[in-house]
Design a protein around this ligand. Structure first.
Ligand SMILES: [Zn+2]
Length: 93
């Protein structure tokens, strides 16, 4: 992977603690970025959001990463809703 200094190095991160997604300007070589939501440093860099000029690389991959992230979030929310429903059904007075 080449480092491109033409664009602003914006990277997309995902927090492994709370699942928050965020973008951060980071210098090349920055190892960890704390989550803005929970301050955890267990964050993953997903993809570079910067497209080098004159190329349109990895469009499909960006989209599939984004879709996968949405699915993960949706699945998590589904689980929360499910457990709430179950609790509501089971805890009838
Ligand atoms: Zn977090």
């Amino acid at each position: 992977m080449g480092v491109d200094f033409v664009g602003v190095p914006i990277y997309e991160f995902e927090c492994e603690e709370c699942g928050a997604g965020f973008e951060e300007l980071v210098a090349a070589g920055t190892a960890t970025v704390a989550c803005p939501e929970c301050r955890s440093e267990r964050t993953r860099r997903l993809i570079s959001a910067v497209s080098p000029p004159g190329r349109t690389p990895r469009g499909a991959r960006v989209r599939s990463d984004e879709a996968r992230r949405r699915e993960t979030v949706a699945a998590r929310q589904d689980r929360i809703v499910e457990s709430r429903k179950r609790r509501a059904a089971g805890e009838k007075p």
